[in-house]
Design a protein around this ligand. Sequence first.
Ligand code: DAH
Length: 346
Amino acid sequence: MQKDLNTIVANVREKTPAIKTRAEFEAYKATISGPRGVLTDIMKGMGKVPKEDKPAIGKAINEAKMAVEAAFATVIEGLEAAELAAKIGTAIDPTLPSPDSTRGTLHPISQVREEMVDLFRRIGFSVAEATEVESEHYCFDALNIPADHPARDMQDSYYLPDDLSVNNVSKEGEEKYLLRTHTSSVQIRTMLKQKPPVRIVAPGRCFRRDTPDATHSANFHQIEGLYVDKDVTLLDLKATLDHFVKTIFGPKAKTRLRPSFFPFTEPSFEMDFFSPDLGKLSNKWLEIMGCGMVDPKVFKAVGIDPEVYTGYAFGMGIERIAMILQGVDDIRYYYQNDVRFLKQFA
Ligand code: DAH
């Protein structure tokens, strides 16, 4: 019997490597371990084996069975690999090293955001965050942005369906949900939670229905700043923004405030800067942010007494700062995830 078992195992080891299809495999397997297979026959004969021989013969059969099963498993593995290779066109070798094992780095936009946030942290600002889905109240009304302001137009903002429910953002009556068009909404949410002194920067994603071009994207990032306390003046605003520009763009940079208009600040300004060390952009006034003194109407909307407190606010696009710093002339590069671009900022 041991001889028969040896013959079976030898036969299996010899024949299985040549098997090419599932049908061939099933047919061959039937001759060994099917109901009429040779190995099955031997197993059926166990009943007639004298009792004292049973342990030895049982062990021999078991070993043969395991050898046969191992050979069959190898066949199945080969067939599966061949089937997969046929499906994807080429054979894959999962043991090959991955093509690029260098570690990733922060995205260039995140790098600039971190640099900006760090700078403000060092001069006493903390970081505030709020939701990207907003109600019209927080995005517009509380910021004194009137109902007929173009920012509120369907063409300028992404409104969400009326039947949507957003658990952590409340809205009232006819009010709509939208994706926030600026981070200024974080001013409101922060002042409702925290009494002055308030000194925060709020970095985050914003959304507008801009047609994408070299300087516009429907999804971009801003950093908002807000400082509220007793006796905060325009001089504090100017000094802080001056420090920001000189730290980010170099000590030779100059700044200027140009009168402008924002519904939530009075007076309002655009801040420009000028630097001799910016390559192609050197020695030109470049506009980088909006800012101003918090409008008393905004303070009233959050229950802060404008007779007691004053404050300044500013807001800027992170992409704009990044493009100037990194010499990138098309905003769309930031969103394409092309490693050839990203690696330049590693
Ligand atoms: N929210 C303005 C925008 O998106 C930017 C801005 C301007 C923010 C003036 C401010 C500010 O805080 O005071 O265009």
